[in-house]
Write a protein that binds this ligand. Structure first.
Ligand SMILES: *Cc1c(COP(=O)(O)O)cnc(C)c1O
Ligand code: SF4
Length: 360
């Protein structure tokens, strides 16, 4: 069956969402059940069906991204609920306005996969945070009244978990705002729920006159399944630029070889690596952290090893909402003892950040 004929809502529903399903399919052991149940209380489970049916969970680089681990219960004092300070830059519910010319519009906190290292895990998967109709209208009004806003970034959660009908309304509302020139989707859907990228969705997009851009979250070359390739192709052939953002994750993509393969595979499928994010200080994600001194060396090893067109920028979001910086030896000063100094691009202040003690 062609992927386009699959009903995406049904595919979404087939994902693994419970501890019972995980143990029934022998993805976790009986003895892990209690711990994983406690993890689920903190952050929902959703292992996408595409990785279940393709036996992809046997690949540890895939399984570790989506299958919960008891390590999530280990929380360090340095870790933060809202690691990149979204809440300090929230003028109205659902909008994060940190940089003058662009805003995040967070409509839903639902995703087609719950990535265990998610930096917004304090809200993601909790439907109580989804925008109400009144909040949505206030958010649109805010964007309309702020003439500085050139770009609206639809994120969340994953905006593509919304129905076409809802997306149509949102896109049409944004389409009417003349100072908004660009609409950007931040999504993981093309790889975790490729059936969502169907011709009906493309029709919704094609009624919009703004420039629409996709930034797709992908962390390993394994995620470029045949279905994902078809979804990405459909987007590209319909005229949309596709960029990629990835997170540097321990044991998943933390070697020159693995990163090279990820970035080259992306380019081979018409996807331009945009950002490689250094892991934020979210709660319960320390087991995914590559120490920053090692991460800087690793990133440096790419230049010269692979084509320049494959190389993204290495980015760190300074905790507390102090903004994104490009990571390099000049911008990240190692003070020792797991302390680093960064320069905020927003106000020029020097920010000292301590990471949890780790053995290297
Ligand atoms: C990351 C982020 C953006 C987008 O940043 P770009 O560098 O343009 O990709 C916009 N607003 C907020 C609040 C962000 O955290
Ligand atoms: S898709 Fe994005 S927002 Fe959703 S859980 Fe994964 S990282 Fe978080």
């Amino acid at each position: 069956m062609n992927f386009e004929e699959k009903n995406w809502a049904r595919e979404l529903g087939k994902g693994i969402i419970s501890v019972e399903q995980l143990s029934g399919k022998k993805i976790i052991t009986e003895s892990e059940k209690n711990k994983i149940a406690a993890v689920k209380d903190l952050f929902d489970i959703r292992v996408p069906q595409i990785f279940v049916e393709n036996s992809h969970l046997e690949i540890k680089e895939i399984a570790q991204q989506f299958v919960p681990s008891g390590s999530e219960l280990t929380i360090y004092p340095e870790e933060l609920e809202d690691p990149i300070g979204d809440e300090t830059w929230t003028p109205v519910v659902g909008v994060t306005h940190r940089y003058r010319d662009r805003v995040l519009l967070k409509l839903t906190y639902m995703c087609a996969s719950y990535c265990r290292f998610c930096f917004r895990r304090y809200k993601v998967s909790d439907s109580a945070f989804n925008l109400t109709d009144a909040e949505y209208l206030t958010a649109i009004d805010y964007i309309e009244r702020n003439k500085d806003i050139w770009e609206v970034i639809l994120t969340g959660g994953d905006p593509l978990t919304l129905t076409d009908q809802k997306l149509k309304r949102i896109l049409q509302d944004l389409n009417k705002i003349s100072h908004v020139k660009v609409i950007r989707f931040h999504t993981r859907i093309p790889t975790v729920l490729p059936a969502r990228i169907n011709t009906e969705f493309i029709q919704v997009l094609q009624a919009i006159q703004k420039q629409i851009i996709f930034v797709v979250h992908i962390n390993t070359h394994f995620e470029f399944t045949k279905e994902a390739q078809q979804a990405l192709n459909l987007l590209r052939q319909s005229g949309y630029i596709i960029l990629m953002q990835s997170v540097l994750l321990k044991n998943i993509n933390d070697s020159t070889e693995k990163l090279s393969l990820l970035f080259k595979t992306a380019i081979e499928h018409g996807v331009k690596p945009y950002y490689l994010h250094y892991l934020d200080l979210a709660k319960g994600v320390e087991h995914f952290r590559v120490p920053l001194n090692h991460a800087l060396k690793l990133f440096k090893s790419l230049r010269g090893n692979i084509s320049g067109i494959c190389i993204p920028e290495f980015i760190l979001d300074i905790p507390g909402g102090k903004g994104k910086i490009v990571l390099n030896d000049a911008n990240a000063v190692n003070l020792g003892n797991n302390c680093w100094e960064f320069l905020s691009p927003l106000d020029g202040s020097k920010i000292i950040v301590q990471y949890p003690e780790k053995e290297i």
